[in-house]
Design a protein around this ligand. Structure first.
Ligand SMILES: C[S@@+](CC[C@H](N)C(=O)[O-])C[C@H]1O[C@@H](n2cnc3c(N)ncnc32)[C@H](O)[C@@H]1O
Length: 293
């Protein structure tokens, strides 16, 4: 890439104060890489379910994390009036839907991955839950009726148009909307890399951008930083694996341009325990919520 083109690309990512554009650019950057580390072929129309080989593993990870209480779940549960209806967008393997179902009249779980839906349905059946309807489809395109409450937990990161995502959420909600999303540390390793690449520390679609997008939409969101969330530290089998993870994160799997910088950063900031490289903790979570007027 020429120096001029590189600078233009950096400015596009920086997005000035157009927060919706910054969200979009970061979603699209990440979408350039597949999970196996290869670059997406823009001419391919092959439709891949990214959760096909990971749905069960994801489910187990959530189950381990949820053995301890956290402030996000406690707060959401306390807001839901007994007998209300709840919309769970990007329901995954159904942890939230299953938690809310005993308190709600009805839960609608919207999910686009067939692999996740398979595990979700098994989980509901295993717990004898019968008041959750599963809708296979992609938000915001899918059609659902209005619900009292709507929640999207960590399922907005693949949607480039956050205002459309949130706007449709509001249109389908009578009382209150909740978004649970990443709140990475500004001192984290990914923030340091983002600063190097783009001149700002925002490495991914996250709390900072979403809060500003909502404010630019004229909403007054409240933010609750999560306490008690037990996140397992990320590990990599080798420095090469860690490098590939970092390149995927920034959508840079088709270039070696930043490998030297990333390698030095990883050697400086990763720990080494029991034969594995351990990433420093930098992936907190937060809840954004607002009432629907
Ligand atoms: C990280 S998982 C979160 C699952 C669940 N909400 C939880 O907190 O355990 C993200 C899920 O969102 C789904 N997803 C992502 N974008 C979506 C969209 N636009 N519409 C519906 N589902 C979506 C993915 O298929 C995946 O199952």
């Amino acid at each position: 890439m020429s120096v001029g083109a590189d600078r233009r690309a950096r400015l596009r990512i920086a997005g000035a104060t157009d927060w919706a554009a910054l969200w979009r650019n970061l979603v699209l950057a990440r979408a350039r890489c597949l999970d196996d580390g290869s670059a997406v072929d823009p001419r391919s129309s092959r439709c891949i379910d990214p959760w096909e080989s990971r749905a069960r593993d994801y489910d187990e990870r959530v189950a381990r994390r949820w053995t301890k209480p956290d402030s996000t779940r406690q707060f959401v549960l306390a807001q839901i009036a007994e007998g209300a209806t709840l919309l769970d967008i990007g329901a995954g393997t159904g942890a939230w839907a299953a938690m809310m179902a005993p308190h709600a009249a009805r839960v609608t779980a919207v999910e686009r991955s067939p692999a996740m839906i398979r595990v979700l349905e098994e989980n509901l059946a295993a717990r004898g839950i019968t008041n959750v309807s599963v809708v296979e489809g992609s938000w915001p395109e899918v059609t659902v009726e209005r619900h009292d409450f709507s929640l999207c937990a960590h399922a907005m990161y693949w949607s480039p148009d956050l205002p459309a995502f949130v706007g449709r959420m509001i249109a389908c909600t009578r009382r209150m909307c909740f978004l649970a999303l990443r709140a990475p540390s500004p001192q984290g390793i990914m923030a340091e890399a983002a600063l190097h690449l783009w001149g700002h520390p925002i490495d991914s679609p996250n709390l900072t951008i979403a809060t500003n997008v909502l404010r630019q939409m004229g909403l007054s969101p409240h933010v609750l930083m999560e306490r008690g969330g037990m996140r397992e530290p990320r590990q990599s089998a080798s420095l090469e694996d860690a490098l590939q993870r970092m390149k995927r994160h920034f959508g840079l799997c088709d270039t070696t341009e930043h490998d030297e910088y990333f390698g030095a950063l990883l050697r400086r900031r990763l720990g080494y325990e029991g034969g594995r490289y351990v990433w420093p903790p930098d992936d907190g979570s937060a809840l954004i919520y607002w009432t629907v007027e």
